[in-house]
Design a protein around this ligand. Sequence first.
Ligand SMILES: C[S@@+](CC[C@H](N)C(=O)[O-])C[C@H]1O[C@@H](n2cnc3c(N)ncnc32)[C@H](O)[C@@H]1O
Length: 242
Amino acid sequence: MQHDAVTPYKTTDSKKEQVETMFNNIAPRYDFINSLLSLGIHKGWRKKCVQLLQAHSPKVILDVATGTADFAIACAPLKPEKIIGIDISEGMMQLGREKLKKLKLDSLITLQQGNAETLDFADNTFDAIVVGFGVRNFQNLELGLKNLYRILKPGGQLVVLEFSYPRHRLVKFSYNFYFSKVTPFVGGLFSKDTRAYTYLNESVKAFPNNENFTVLMDKVQFKQTQFTSLSAGIAAIYSGQK
Ligand SMILES: C[S@@+](CC[C@H](N)C(=O)[O-])C[C@H]1O[C@@H](n2cnc3c(N)ncnc32)[C@H](O)[C@@H]1O
């Protein structure tokens, strides 16, 4: 199925509206379920992404689809002047803002409402843009990427972290079992929204991953695009430069 046709609730609402509702629904349990289901490995993946930005010393960073701000927080050790996180889900960001206050990062990192596909930041604003587990949820992937390209400064870096559908037969077998049985059961149990965790599996399968995604990045003008598979191919880091 096409990436944009995969939606959380399969209603007549747009994908953006359904995704926003879904994340508002699961926000209170999101961090807990995420750590439980991934056994914490997502933290190491974000660290790897941040390492890619170290040599560039970005001063102004945008975290797109920031959710509860984990990726923005992971970028703090880069010592930028400013990090802005944007998301369509106010519910996710509310939890993110509480976290930032506790960590005393609320003057460095600010979160604001925004849709990646219609962002109105000026051209050439950011030294780096990161997106963690967000692009898969975009309604129009190409439009979202085009917009991110526009607001990056020339020479600026885009780093995307996203789940992938593994290629190796054995990994695929375990992955299918885990994502089609364990994840909806555990996710549904704690969030009371089984569809959210069924959508996770469906959207990962429909997402144009690995070289298909770098081809799309090339199409919207990113240079030096590449991807690195993580943890036997269940996730990948994509990077490119403006
Ligand atoms: C799986 S969460 C990821 C949160 C965080 N980036 C992380 O690394 O854990 C995906 C987030 O993407 C947001 N999102 C989905 N589509 C978006 C869009 N078009 N623009 C901005 N945010 C979006 C959702 O609201 C949700 O908070």
